[in-house]
Write a new protein. Sequence first.
Length: 396
Amino acid sequence: MQYRQDKHGEKLSILGFGCMRFPKKGAGIDMAETERELLAEVEAGVNYFDTAYIYPGSEAAVGEIFEKNGLRERVHIATKLPQYLVGSRAALDRYFNEELLRLRTDYVDYYLMHHLTDLAMWEKLKAVGVLEWIAEKKSSGAIRNIGFSYHGNTDNFLKILEDYDWDICQIQYNYFDELTQAGADGLRAAAAKGVPVVIMEPLRGGKLVNMLPEKASAILRESPRGWSAAEWSFRWLYNQSEVTVVLSGMNSMEMLLENCRTASEAGVGDFTEADHETLRAVAAEIRARDRVGCTGCRYCMPCPKGVDIPGAFRCYNAMFIESKTAGRFQYAQTVGLTKEPAFATQCIGCGRCEQHCPQSLPIREKLKEADRALRPLPYKIGINVARKFMFRKAKS
Ligand code: SF4
Ligand code: SF4
């Protein structure tokens, strides 16, 4: 296992374990199998374990297994505040204390504001007193590092990054999504500020392994490197010095061993130009199924009406590359659940964006098509209800 450092010089394994889904037994977690996996990871040198309040049963399982095996001091636990449920200062304590109980510990190594999508969410937390609360928890040692996990666009990521002296952040990033969400610009900006970056979705939810088009798989097979599809994805990330930890939800011993081997071999600067070209060709094959040929370059941005143009097209394309539900879910998440929504329907047809698009896309027409597909009536209703709840007035 190789290690990179956090902001305070702590060594973090470059491969972290994403504890969102543990093996199942009936309706619950298979504790025996989960324990076997966690112990194997610790044995292999993994020391970063990422869970969250809302991952069903996860915090309790992690807490029980680490306590039972006396491993708490050997591992770093990252967990997350369900900030979308927080409407008052009292709620901060309530959720945090419950998490400590579940985790059977009196401190959290990395505590992240879960799922921020724009600056307004962070502002809402500040309005209920989160800054003072963090200062108290850090000074008592109950929280060692504070951070956020992120799912909005690049601009909002940069605003949140600049707004506070974060110890860590977590973003979605992989070779196919290099320009989406926080993206490469966000990654580099965080690293330039000395903020370690934890990567989630390195395999795009497994799709860069299980759902590659045949032509894309053939490109990888024909490469003299001989790497598996997963290995290509991890190595692309480890090649970047700005990446600190890459999370993987390893749910088989075989996967665990392969990922640990990659994490012990891969290094910064290993990728040759030919390797980059291979992944560009793979990404192009995946994109060949796109409904809109948007590269995510963002030359069309900003839109004066706040439309997230590349965001809408990415989600629309995801409906065809992944599934209808995946695209619609991503649209609701990244475009609909920000304080200032960025729906395609906000377009007034000024045409400014089209003058800057290197792909000469008929952006106005495609935005209408995308919104119709991405937001059928039940989704519209669901997003409105969620918005009312999330952006209700905070209690002091
Ligand atoms: S045409 Fe629509 S999407 Fe493009 S810049 Fe104008 S308002 Fe924004
Ligand atoms: S300029 Fe064109 S290709 Fe680039 S992000 Fe905008 S719509 Fe997509």
